[in-house]
Ligand binder design. Sequence first.
Ligand SMILES: CC(C)(COP(=O)(O)OP(=O)(O)OC[C@H]1O[C@@H](n2cnc3c(N)ncnc32)[C@H](O)[C@@H]1OP(=O)(O)O)[C@@H](O)C(=O)NCCC(=O)NCCS
Length: 417
Amino acid sequence: MRRLQPEEGLAFVRSVRIPFLDPFHGDRVQQLRDERAARTLETDRAWVAEADGRFVANACIASLDLTLPAAPGQEAPVVAFAGVSAVGVHPTHRRRGLLRQLMARMLDDARSRGEPFAGLLASESVIYGRFGFGHATTAQELTIDRRDAAFLGPVPELDLRIVSGPGEAREILPSLFDRQRRRRAGEPSRSAQAWDHALEESAEHRDGAMGLMHAVCAEGYVSYRVHEGRVMSGERDRAVVEELRGLTPEVEAALWRYVFDVDLVGEVTARRRPVDEPLRWRLADPRRLRVTSVDDRLWVRILDVPAALEARGYRRAGRVVLEVVPPRDALDGRADGAPGRWVLDAGPDGASCRAARRGEDADVRLGVADLGSLYLGGFSAFELAAGGRVEELRPGGLDAADALMAAAPKPLTGTGF
Ligand SMILES: CC(C)(COP(=O)(O)OP(=O)(O)OC[C@H]1O[C@@H](n2cnc3c(N)ncnc32)[C@H](O)[C@@H]1OP(=O)(O)O)[C@@H](O)C(=O)NCCC(=O)NCCS
């Protein structure tokens, strides 16, 4: 196992395809996509295992930053983190510890760069808990027939215009996205490659749908595609909202109104919406808004407890002592800074976190992964305790943890990496 060499980017990208069962077959779209991925790959943060001159395992880190929970009335902090990606072991070399070795190298690398945590999106939820990654953010898919989408009250008029075609969208959307992502924790920065991917219009990407349309104004945008129905036989089109982002809840409501007023469309499905989606409260008949799937999104691995906890904002003042126990998989005995007993003193004006002194007893005991689940406020200590994950060591310990760690609104990760 070794770090990638700078000239090996394309070979790395081709290797990544194998475990995801999508081998390179010479197609031009694949070729362009691979070249793009290779160009943006941070080759000094990519690792491979080699056997007989071929890559058989791969993983890399994207240097990203993440929006963290904000203190009331303040802009959300944005902090660098290690975006673990492209993890795969070829089917010929599974279950002999290559993932474990890759993970050990990646987490060492992140620690050495001072990144307080790592994050990833998991293909299977069984894989990463053992290494200390905790499920931190959740997204839901929502579906409603637009005839059932009457609102209880008015929403503001927006000065919207339609942008279609990736060129103009590429110029306008990124800066709006960057402003909007400060409104809700859990959103990673979007690399140039992620934007290219989001706006890509290949047939494969469209999956039978029509082109991506964007309705844009100064305070937000909605990006959607329409799957054509057989209109003459009474089957109406279906709109799939890929993104809907407003700088305020009122703007988001008005963007929803816009989507619900698009003619010819029957059902509207919105992907990757927050679990506390405010739309439900605006609907005259909220039951019509169906949750059609719920997905775990970001998994967080805390690497440096004081740095991670001091970086985020807190809504209320309080103190909690956390006893953080090591993850099941200690990664070949490497030094792990996360386990220990930690005192967090925090409030809207800032936070301090340090190792506990003798006599400072813990309020709650939890795993590194569970701290990752609490970190962005996506889950409460109370619910993790009910699930057998967090243990209350002193009466009131769970409340103390929740009073500090809660976040509003709930975190969401719309961006993949
Ligand atoms: C998931 C994957 C990377 C695991 O690689 P691997 O080299 O076989 O994993 P390791 O041998 O290092 O396994 C480490 C531990 O995790 C367990 N594990 C690994 N993958 C697992 C899985 N999919 N389900 C359950 N347990 C798994 C192993 O059993 C092992 O634990 P053990 O020593 O207690 O038995 C590999 O199977 C793969 O590439 N899958 C397809 C692509 C993918 O899903 N990638 C993840 C993208 S987020």
